[in-house]
Design a protein around this ligand. Structure first.
Ligand SMILES: NC(=O)c1ccc[n+]([C@@H]2O[C@H](COP(=O)([O-])OP(=O)(O)OC[C@H]3O[C@@H](n4cnc5c(N)ncnc54)[C@H](OP(=O)(O)O)[C@@H]3O)[C@@H](O)[C@H]2O)c1
Length: 359
């Protein structure tokens, strides 16, 4: 497989740090540039990130001394140094849209964790096991942007990465209605218990914008390419409640589901066991071998025990049972900054590289 030089934009942030740890020993991708805001620009990475480094492993040696660029002012320089960029920044949405398109127009593909472009019609929002085929829309986007290589591809919000994968293999039974209540870790807000002590022994029943994203984004993931657009799916009906809970990493969802053609419990478990996607078929380096994992124990999945399954890239499911109002209910879990953020983005980049979109 060809190797690629990459940059991490937003390298000092929570997701940026995850990118750095995931890419430090990546077989295909090599970090050649780091960028953040003008506050960090010109500093050595170790000084720019300072006490904000929250990964369990040390900052990789080769990264510590790298000088951080200004993501906006130095974009031409960065685009000239690398084959594509990973982007996870805390900026206003219109600024992010402009920044990402600017890199794309410099013929530098952007793999984004940001939400700004998630509903741009010709920007694919890819969960690699589910809608790898949406990559084909990149050609339409390139025509709009007037680029040969450059494009933007985004990953979906971390909240949907447990229940959309669990529901996907069940779509053949006509998933009709879904309730998903999410219990979301504090790292999803870029926080730790040190930086957010109010979350110790607490629960906050509000995460700004999260319920809207959690209901809307699955429809794009399950949408279809029509002409130069991805057209959203119109079913199932999904309603959500999203709560912030005192967990460091790992978003859990409690799901209720009804079907057009109700499957048996055994059929559902078999559908989960048998499911795999293009990442598994292509043997991508970050792909979990078994994407969906059902636990028979009543007290699983648990955030602390199960979030790191297969490097935090697998989904854990448990407690499947009949419901008195809906057909079934179950609980699922995914690691929000691995599968839900940086890991999912690295897997998407591997998929797009394997399909030739980075050449
Ligand atoms: N945390 C998660 O689980 C998660 C999951 C999915 C998606 N996301 C998304 O990923 C993005 C980053 O999240 P995060 O949790 O990593 O945030 P974060 O920890 O607050 O980090 C924000 C990053 O953005 C940089 N930044 C801020 N203003 C900038 C500017 N004007 N130009 C360039 N860089 C700028 C910061 O650089 P400085 O250090 O120089 O300020 C920092 O590197 C957000 O869009 C978020 O919604 C997060």
């Amino acid at each position: 497989m060809k190797e690629y030089n990459v940059a991490v934009i937003g390298a000092t942030g929570m997701v940026g740090q995850r990118f750095i740890t995931l890419l430090a020993n990546h077989p295909w991708f090599h970090i050649k540039a780091l960028a953040a805001s003008s506050r960090s620009a010109g500093k050595k990475y170790i000084d720019a990130v300072g006490s904000r480094w929250v990964m369990k492993t040390e900052i990789p040696e080769q990264i510590k001394g790298m000088t951080v660029f200004d993501a906006t002012a130095d974009k031409e320089k960065i685009a000239g140094m690398v084959d594509f960029v990973f982007c996870a920044v805390d900026m206003k949405k219109d600024e992010i849209r402009a920044l990402e398109e600017a890199y794309a127009k410099l013929e530098c593909p952007v793999i984004s964790n940001n939400s700004a472009h998630r509903h741009t019609d010709d920007v694919p929002m890819i969960i690699p096991e589910i809608n790898a085929d949406h990559a084909a829309i990149i050609e339409a986007q390139r025509r709009r942007l007037g680029t040969k290589r450059g494009f933007v591809a985004v990953k979906s919000n971390c909240s949907i990465q447990s229940y959309v994968p669990a529901l996907h293999p069940l779509m053949k039974y006509g998933v009709k209605e879904v309730i998903a209540c999410t219990y979301q870790a504090i790292s999803g807000a870029g926080k730790t218990f040190e930086t957010w002590p109010e979350m110790v022994d607490n629960l906050i029943p509000y995460i700004g914008g999260e319920e809207e994203k959690s209901e809307k984004e699955p429809m794009k993931v399950w949408g279809k390419i029509e002409g130069d657009k991805i057209v959203d799916a119109t079913s199932p009906k999904i309603t959500t409640q999203c709560l912030r809970v005192p967990v460091s990493d790992g978003h859990t969802a409690a799901v209720f589901v009804s079907f057009e053609n109700k499957p048996s419990i055994d059929e559902i478990k078999q559908a989960w066991k048998d499911f795999s996607g293009e990442p598994q078929a292509l043997g991508l380096p970050s792909a979990p071998k078994q994407f969906l994992n059902y636990f028979e124990e009543d007290n699983r999945p648990q955030a602390r025990l199960d979030r790191d399954l297969e490097g935090g890239m697998a989904i854990s499911i448990g407690r499947l049972r009949e419901d008195s109002v809906y057909d079934y209910k179950f609980v699922c879990l995914s690691h929000n900054t691995l599968r839900g953020a940086a890991g999912g983005a690295v897997l998407m980049a591997e998929l797009l590289a394997a399909k030739g979109y980075m050449d």
